[in-house]
Design a protein around this ligand. Sequence first.
Ligand SMILES: Nc1ncnc2c1ncn2[C@@H]1O[C@H](COP(=O)(O)OP(=O)(O)OP(=O)(O)O)[C@@H](O)[C@H]1O
Ligand SMILES: Nc1nc2c(c(=O)[nH]1)N=C(CO)CN2
Length: 162
Amino acid sequence: MAKVFISLGSNMENRYAFIQEAIERLRAVKEIDVTDISSVYETDPVGYVDQPSFLNLVVCIQTKLEPLELLSETQHIENHLGRKRDIKWGPRTIDLDILLYDQENMKVERLEIPHPRMWQRAFVIVPLMEVAPDLFIHSLDLSIKDVHKQLKDKEGVSEWKP
Ligand SMILES: Nc1ncnc2c1ncn2[C@@H]1O[C@H](COP(=O)(O)OP(=O)(O)OP(=O)(O)O)[C@@H](O)[C@H]1O
Ligand SMILES: Nc1nc2c(c(=O)[nH]1)N=C(CO)CN2
């Protein structure tokens, strides 16, 4: 079984409903066990800024699926939930990005793991820190909690409550 971290984001229509539905569809895949779900964060758009704010979170799963098989499942969920790709980095009903797959390093046309932009994105790092604290800095004077708070306050990331 592989341990995988997936980032989810939505900034169209009922964002929270799309996120809930995407998680339920992940759960419905028999080779996927959703083991941890971060808080949901309201985040300022990054990259393409002329769009509504996002809801972002990160989930941890255990899976027997190989990376490309998992990508097919996540893209299946995106398509089912009406994902359009009219504008690069533009508005989306739902987006699922595979961040980490065990200690896998791969780059093929359809898939690069670790996700190439994950470490630049507070909307990824802050929720990821919740579900994978051991991934982060091991020799900080600050506690992970302090780093987490600093990141949230600084990077247009605020905790969102349904
Ligand atoms: N780690 C990954 N997770 C998900 N898709 C990936 C990954 N690496 C490469 N891809 C490829 O990226 C393509 C574009 O994905 P998408 O349109 O969701 O990009 P995006 O989420 O808007 O932008 P970004 O990749 O910067 O988050 C997909 O068709 C997929 O094949
Ligand atoms: N806040 C935020 N900004 C983004 C996001 C996202 O999920 N959240 N996704 C992008 C492309 O994947 C580009 N910009």
